[in-house]
Design a protein around this ligand. Sequence first.
Ligand code: GDP
Ligand code: MG
Length: 174
Amino acid sequence: MIKPDAVERKLAGRILNRFEEAGFTIVKLQKGRLSHELVEKQYRSTESQLTGMGKKTIESMTAAGKSQEIEKLFGTNDPYKIGEQLIEWNRKFMSSSDVIAMILEREDAILKGRELIGKTDPSMATKGSIRGDFGEDSILKANLERRATRNLVHASDEEGAAIETHLFEEEFFD
Ligand code: GDP
Ligand code: MG
């Protein structure tokens, strides 16, 4: 999925090109604005989603020597509880303006897709990845501004792929 920041920056064509060059076939594609309810179903409040997000904050803030800011920002050092706040920022961002949702196919699509998009924090993503090449944001900057990290693309993980494909077929694609 091409996120609001990439659509606004007119990077959709270049991002799509990366997927096609990496052997993905576009099966379905649609532009539109996601409702908050649909984003809640896309980014579910599972233990792994929330803890995963919280851990990224702890990792990034600690690496930047800002670990003492975590408690100030989130009122806790518990990754799950941090994740509960982060997921709200993310839902707000994802429903803030148009996205381009796609179903893409290739062998090992989930693994290759995640490799191609790069790490969550664009400032840590390797060159050659979409987030590494086009990203202008960081987890640290976003946290200090109390918003989701703008990282251009979403790609389903192992846990979400089948659920998300079904969800978008039902509730987003015409
Ligand atoms: P992804 O699979 O790499 O997109 O990362 P996640 O599924 O863990 O998180 C979903 C989205 O929430 C990310 O793409 C970011 O936009 C945002 N996000 C995740 N972790 C953090 C964080 O620690 N701080 C901030 N500000 N945003 C985050
Ligand atoms: Mg994810």
